[in-house]
Design a protein around this ligand. Sequence first.
Ligand code: UTP
Ligand code: MN
Length: 509
Amino acid sequence: MIPLKRRKVVQTVLCDREASKFPDVVIYILERKMGSSRKAFLTRLGRSKGFLVEESYSSDVTHVVAENNSGEEVKAWLQNQTCGGKSSGSVNLLDISWYTESMGKGSPILIEDRHRLKVDLQSNTDSPTFAIESYACQRRTPLKHHNASLTEALELLAQNAEFTDNEGRSVAFRRAAAVLKTLPRAVRRLDDLKGLPCLGEHSLRVIKEILEDGVSSEVESTRQSEQYKAMKVLTGIFGVGTKTAERWFREGIRSLADLKTRGGRLNREQQAGLDYYDDLNRPVSKAEAHAIGQIVGEAVRAVLPGAEITLTGGFRRGKEVGHDVDFLITHPEEGKEEGLMPKIVSWLETKGLLLYQKTTRNSYLESKDGPVRPSHNMDRFERCFSIFKLKRTPEVCGTSNQSAGQNDVTEGSDVRQQEVQSEPSDWRAVRVDLVVSPYSQFAFALLGWTGSKLFERELRRWAGQEKSMSLSSHVLYDRAQNRYLRASSEEEIFALLGLEYIPPSQRNA
Ligand code: UTP
Ligand code: MN
């Protein structure tokens, strides 16, 4: 994206920037070896499809497209263009195939390796080692990546910023971490990060320290700080958000033991959170998620034949463990899903499978509510927050015990209350979220509930800032056209948003 400040200047120079459908992609087609008539033809074609294709090269250009030129030739040409000292490193040097494929698609396609002109990185001190799009929803973010120690550090600072009610700072750290997750290899020097988006001064400082010293003093002192440790324990209680935990912290509460001795009121949800604290802070394995899927599937089919259930959340993105298990339930005949949740819940309760549940009704009414604000995350489906009582069978618990060992919670083992769970039990508690969606909203619900949270946030930001649309887990609304855009698959939603389709396994931003 073009930074706001620069956009203003650019607008006065180029009036067609306003009309462009993709203002953050500024294309220059290299005439060299192509000829002027072909360049003119390609330029007209691009403009007719809403692309911004510049007549001459300037510092605003983000994509240089060439045909029959080697990467080295284009790089040499680029270095001869003096354009206000802007590093040519932030420009994408692309083969014509990227351009023609984008024309075919009607929107700028995701840049793949095969589109890039190969330049010798060794001799190229000016170019960034990697070129990365600025919104996480424009990029592929795999689960396993090459910069775990850096992202873990940045995410700890993000979480601490959340704990201290600084959402802006938290999102900035998360965006920085997400950029590092997309990189094709480990960052070794600060120079590797030249030209990358979303890396603010603070994040770069932390990264630099870790690259040089192995650790960041800020991260380590945060990790050890009284507030961070207490907030981590307290927000680890199901039903306790940052606000409540902060209040307790100010009242001097540091641990679960403090909380218990203080007495005082806990709501039903928080009490359940405290009762099953250890279990709920132990990662849920994939095997456990599938076992729960079997049970919920059985419940759903028993109470409404033809209803469909889909595993969403982190497990749909390919995660091996999760903090909970998320399911989306629908029925192909619109309307059949109404009132389904209470039936599922009572089926489960009769079988003694629920330790806790709270069901909220569907409160979404398009005619009444209209499009949601883009940053609004809460959806209004019929929903059940529950704690499952999952029987430990040999297949299920093998993996779960392993993960418990890796991720032990130090605090609170005293709290796994003897009266709640007596002898080494043959079951464990698992957080499960059930959501029922009308069929017509299913694709939006699926996209919204697959995550990751940052990916979702970036999708909504992209929709709002780049497309004048509002995206929620219910609908997509086009503010310019004043209408809802329907979709029956995630692929369609990405297309409506002018984005390359990113599969769930690559949404781990
Ligand atoms: P989770 O919090 O369950 O995260 O939300 P996760 O990605 O599955 O990771 P775990 O569970 O920590 O392993 C799943 C998705 O559901 C959306 C979130 O935005 C996220 O994308 N969600 C969650 C909502 O849309 N609304 C909610 O109230 C809660
Ligand atoms: Mn989840």
